[in-house]
Design a protein around this ligand. Structure first.
Ligand code: G4P
Length: 528
């Protein structure tokens, strides 16, 4: 039997991130198409998510808004590897979920729209990846449509993101007149042919340079000029810089017409690092062949109303996971039976028999399991906590019908545990009017919807004028409570948070009262 380390070496675990509408869903579908995981026509991801909404009540919200709230984990074989694609939620605003999913990935593919380049969401996501030192591949999508100059796009990425861009493929034909790509690693030219709706793989032909020059004329000459320039500045793929998150290999393509999709998927297999021994909370790496262990990066309740349960998504870090084994839930030390381990594709579950480092296991009935928890077999281990993002939006929640207060309280604490929103309480007001804190306002929509539809507690949210949160301690909290323009609240885990209305006020306070403890929350990104 292959060892866990052997199996890990075949795993590629990554996420696709993008500004909404750049083409993440389409690219995901096309990866499945090229991975042979789609037997029917492309579009199954959307179709599946449509079905999912039909079977799940709170996910009707997804359908209403045409977005995907739950992250899905897609696994498919490609070449001699097993690819795990972690789908990040497609919110218009950044949410904590995205960050948690990235904590479970070994690399990310950033999708850009060729006509738009770097968009606000992209910038924030890039920042997060850089903080995590996560290797990043860039896919410039929609080259079949009019867009910008390729060199100008690369320049923008370098300027705004501060990463060296190393184009691996280069388009022949301007955006909107896409013929194919030159692979800068060997100079080969792949020419594509469009098929209707991109429903099947795009036929490709390797064309030698003389013929290409003859047949593609101007387009070929222009691409060649660009490449000569790139060669001169030495913008070549550098594996070490890529793995150190200092450079990003770039690929041009069109997810819609499938042009360049195979090149990108091949690059995922060739470049994305296989899972490595993960450091525990003390910084000691856990050997891949050590007994099973993993950490939870997402908890999702009531994914399916006919189950009314709670699934914890765990990334395997070491050893072999076998369904049925009894593992230990790190924080409580309690045994956890894995009889109902699943692989989850959207909300469609398949029983999972075994998993290896890099894979994701959906643990059903995970009542006591929280995001960040470690589960292990035989040899105890604890992985570092997933840092929570600094919230930037704060709203007071009140139940509309006081007769539903019990349901309200239950719902709030459930959402808090799942990490849908952060719940902050005022020591004086108790549970009646908690402040919900979020990284993106979309989190509030989900919370309100679920409180009403799942817990039967319609709520009213009143926005507050607070914008910035800092962690503080008890003595500082006492001092802050008497001050204007600041409010001190407490999280369920005991963390004290000081909320400020303006950066200006906070800075003044920091200057005037340097003795106060006002720590930034980790992973504040560019938003701080
Ligand atoms: P997202 O998940 O990042 O939000 O983006 P999604 O894949 O849903 O794509 C957003 C829109 O862009 C879709 O059009 C999709 O068809 C289109 N698109 C994606 N990739 C390409 C591409 O390579 N070229 C072109 N021309 N279009 C692309 P839509 O009209 O919103 O939806 P649909 O009716 O086509 O499904």
């Amino acid at each position: 039997m292959p060892s866990p380390a052997d199996e890990a070496a075949r795993r590629r675990t990554f996420a696709i991130i993008s500004h909404p509408d750049a083409g993440k869903t389409t690219l995901t579908e096309k990866f499945l198409l090229y991975g042979g995981a789609l037997t029917s026509e492309a579009g199954a991801v959307k179709a599946r998510s449509g079905r999912r909404s039909a079977t799940s009540d709170w996910m009707a919200l997804e359908q209403q808004r045409g977005i995907s709230i739950t992250s899905t984990v897609l696994q498919f074989p490609y070449r001699d590897c097993v690819v795990n694609l972690l789908d990040t939620p497609g919110h218009r605003d950044f949410s904590e979920d995205t960050y948690r999913v990235l904590a479970a990935a070994d690399a990310a593919v950033m999708v850009l729209d060729a006509a738009k380049g770097i968009e606000p969401q992209t910038l924030k996501l890039f920042d997060v990846c850089r903080q995590r030192e996560m290797p990043l591949l860039t896919f410039v999508n929609k080259w079949d449509r009019p867009g910008r100059e390729p060199l100008e796009l690369l320049d923008e990425i370098e300027q705004q993101i501060g990463l060296v861009v190393t184009p691996v493929t280069w388009p022949v034909g301007i955006a909107g007149d896409f013929r194919g790509v030159i692979d800068r690693r060997d100079g080969s030219f792949t020419r594509y042919t469009r098929v209707a709706r991109g429903a099947t793989e795009a036929p490709e032909e390797i064309v030698d340079p003389e013929r290409a020059a003859d047949e593609e004329g101007e387009a070929w000459a222009a691409a060649h000029d660009d490449i000569t320039l790139l060669d001169e500045v030495g913008a070549d793929l550098d594996l070490e810089l890529f793995l150190g998150a200092q450079s990003t290999p770039a690929f041009f393509g069109s997810a819609l017409t499938n042009f360049g999709v195979r090149k990108l998927l091949d690059a995922v297999v060739d470049l994305v690092p296989a899972p490595r021994a993960r450091d525990d909370a003390e910084g000691k790496p856990r050997d891949l062949d050590a007994p099973f262990s993993g950490f939870v990066f997402k908890v999702q309740a009531n994914m399916d109303p006919s189950h009314r349960d709670r699934i914890a998504f765990l990334r395997v870090c070491s050893g072999r996971f076998e369904r049925g084994m009894v593992i230990t839930h790190g924080p409580t030390g309690k045994p956890f039976a894995t009889k109902y381990a699943h692989q989850v594709f959207g909300s469609e579950r398949e029983t999972l028999e075994e998993a290896y480092p890099g894979d994701v296991v959906g643990l059903v009935n995970a009542t006591e399991v929280r995001v960040g928890d470690t589960l292990w077999l035989d040899e105890a281990v604890e992985y570092p906590a997933i840092p929570s993002f600094a919230p930037e939006h704060f709203s007071v929640a009140r139940v509309r019908d006081t007769g539903k207060f019990k349901q309200f309280r239950k719902g709030i604490s459930q959402l808090d545990e799942e990490g849908v929103v952060q719940v902050l309480r005022d020591a004086d007001q108790g549970d009646s009017a908690p402040v919900l804190a979020a990284v993106g306002p979309m989190q509030f929509d989900v919370a309100v919807y679920r409180l009403e539809n799942e817990f039967g507690a319609p709520v009213e949210l009143s926005p507050t004028s607070y914008r910035i949160a800092r962690r503080t301690d008890r003595p500082s909290a006492e001092a802050l409570r008497g001050m204007r323009g600041v409010r001190v609240l407490e999280r369920a885990d005991g963390t004290l948070m000081a909320l400020f209305e303006s950066q200006y006020w906070l800075e003044r306070l920091e200057r005037d009262s340097p003795e106060l403890v006002l720590e930034r929350l980790v992973a504040e990104g560019g938003a701080g």
